[in-house]
Each structure stands twice: as structure tokens, then as C-alpha cells.
Design a protein around this ligand. Structure first.
Ligand code: NAD
Length: 255
């Protein structure tokens, strides 16, 4: 059976763990040639050995390194069809606005939002030159809902990712480039475990609001990224694409 990404070249940031890693594995299985960009060099070597993806060490907050990542992908494979701009952080020092200092605010904005600006800016010329492509930026369900268990900079950064993606989706729609914000609900990954390790009650409090009563598996988010990357989503752009177990639709959840 033909793969759903046969012939396509995909760049995935944050591809050494969690959602990114599950997506790299899925994209490779579906026939894509994948380039992984991540700060985790050890993880990158493992992912490359396991999947055959090309690994490029990159800090997504650096314009120079981001430009290098996409140039390597283009040089290695001759084209770029998909950019999954997914790297992100959720550190415990980003908390209520009353506790969060300016340094923590800025760090999260840099890694979660400025990085998406840099990745889109770097990849768009390649996609426009080819006449098309799919950009998928990882946001979060917290971009569309407020939480009393706040992480103020994270939430604001993901709101920025949704708005930025929507605007790019509209601007470049007639030039064949689709841009969507993928908004996962809580996913069972190291990022979520780090957040909840310090506070189990916080995790339990979040689960109450998920109609499905569980966190997502990374593979379930990878399946959505696959849809947005493939030509099956050819009429989907500028979307706030929620994959959240029903959280954003719920008022009262089942017991
Ligand atoms: P994760 O911590 O498992 O993986 C994140 C990856 O990003 C790691 O491989 C890490 O090395 C890499 N990374 C971090 N900072 C980087 C930098 N400066 N440059 C390059 N790479 C960097 O996290 P995850 O849960 O898979 O999250 C992936 C994305 O999904 C993030 O944008 C996150 O905000 C978003 N998200 C996660 C959840 C969740 O519940 N896990 C929910 C909604 C959205």
C-alpha cells in the first residue's frame, strides 16, 4: 500500500520526544523523508538510528540555526513539503502571573512563539518557490480556553501561535501553502509529566475536564499531524485544529 506521504520531505522540530517523536515515526512509516531538528543531540542520534531520519542539532530560538536546519533539509532532499514546527517547553517557573518573573515569561515566549515565527519565515521561501506545502504549528487547547491552573506565558505563547498560523494561512492560501495550528489537549509526554511531577493534584484537576477521562497518547496527535501534512487535508488552512478529547466542547463532563 502506498504511504500517505510518499515523495514528501518533512522537517519536524522537537522530534526527539513526545508528540514530535511519535510524528517522526509515523511520517517515516508513511513514506516521507524526515529531517529532525532538536536541541537534544543524544536523542537526535537515537532517533536517526531508529528511524533513518536525518538529525540536525538546532536551538529553535536562534534564527541562524533555524535557517541552517531548513537549508540542510533542502540540500539533502532537494525539496521541502512539510514543516511541523512543534518544539516547545512548559517549565514549572511559568505559573500564575503573580509568581512568574519576566525572565521565565520571556524564555517561554522565545521557545514557543518566536521559534514558530523563525521556522515559518525560514521555510516559506522554499514552499513558495515550489508552489505549495503544508506548515503545521503546534499550539494547544489552552489557546482557546482559560485555566485557573495558569501558566501565563505558555498560554499567551500558544494564543500567539494560533493567530500567527491563521494569518499566514490566509495570506498564502492562493499560493498553495497551507498553514494550520494543531491544538492538542493534554498528552502523555515528558512535557506534561514534568509539569505535573511536582503536583499530582494539578494533574487530577485537569483530567476532570476531559470528557474522555484520559490524556491523549502522542500517536493520536501524530495522526492529526499526518492528516494536516498529507494532501487529504487539501482544503484545510488557517484552522485552529483541536485534537483535545472533547475538552473545548465540554461544559459538564461524564462522571
Ligand atoms: P516534549 O518535552 O516531550 O518534547 C519537546 C521536544 O522539543 C524535546 O525533544 C526537546 O528537546 C525539544 N526542544 C525544547 N526546546 C527546544 C529548543 N529551544 N530548540 C529545539 N528543540 C527544543 O514535549 P511534547 O509534549 O511532545 O510537546 C510538543 C509540543 O506540543 C510543544 O509545543 C507543546 O507545547 C505542545 N503541547 C503539548 C501538550 C502536552 O500535553 N504534552 C499539549 C498541548 C500542546
Amino acid at each position: 500500500m502506498a504511504g500517505r506521504l510518499d515523495g514528501k520531505v518533512a522537517v519536524v522540530t522537537g522530534g526527539c520526544s513526545g508528540i514530535g517523536l511519535a510524528t517522526v515515526r509515523r511520517f517515516v512509516r508513511e513514506g516521507a523523508r524526515v529531517v529532525v531538528g532538536d536541541v537534544d543531540a543524544g536523542g537526535g542520534a537515537r532517533v536517526a538510528a531508529q528511524t533513518g531520519a536525518l538529525f540536525v542539532s538546532v536551538d529553535v530560538t536562534s534564527q541562524e540555526q533555524v535557517e541552517h536546519l531548513f537549508r540542510v533539509a533542502k540540500d539533502a532532499h532537494g525539496r521541502i513539503d512539510v514543516a511541523f514546527n512543534n518544539a516547545g517547553i512548559s517549565p514549572p517557573e511559568d505559573d500564575s502571573i503573580l509568581e512568574t518573573d519576566l525572565a521565565a515569561w520571556r524564555r517561554v515566549q522565545e521557545v514557543n512563539l518566536t521559534s514558530v515565527f523563525l521556522c515559518c519565515k525560514a521555510v516559506l521561501p522554499y514552499l513558495l518557490e515550489q508552489g505549495g506545502g503544508s506548515i503545521i504549528n503546534t499550539a494547544s487547547f489552552v489557546a482557546v480556553m482559560g485555566a485557573a491552573t495558569s501558566q501565563i506565558s505558555y498560554t499567551a505563547s500558544k494564543g500567539g501561535v494560533v493567530s500567527l498560523s491563521r494569518e499566514l494561512g490566509v495570506q498564502f492560501a492562493r499560493r498553495g501553502v497551507r498553514v494550520n495550528a494543531l491544538c492538542p489537549g493534554p498528552v502523555d509526554t515528558p512535557l506534561l509529566k514534568e509539569l505535573f511531577a511536582a503536583d499530582e493534584q494539578r494533574a487530577a484537576r485537569r483530567l476532570v475536564h476531559v470528557p474522555m477521562g484520559r490524556f491523549a497518547e502522542p500517536e493520536e496527535i501524530a495522526a492529526a499531524a499526518l492528516f494536516l501534512a498529507s494532501d487529504e487535508s487539501s482544503f484545510v488552512t488557517a484552522a485552529t485544529f483541536l485534537v483535545d478529547g472533547g475538552i473545548s466542547g465540554a461544559y459538564v463532563t461524564p462522571l
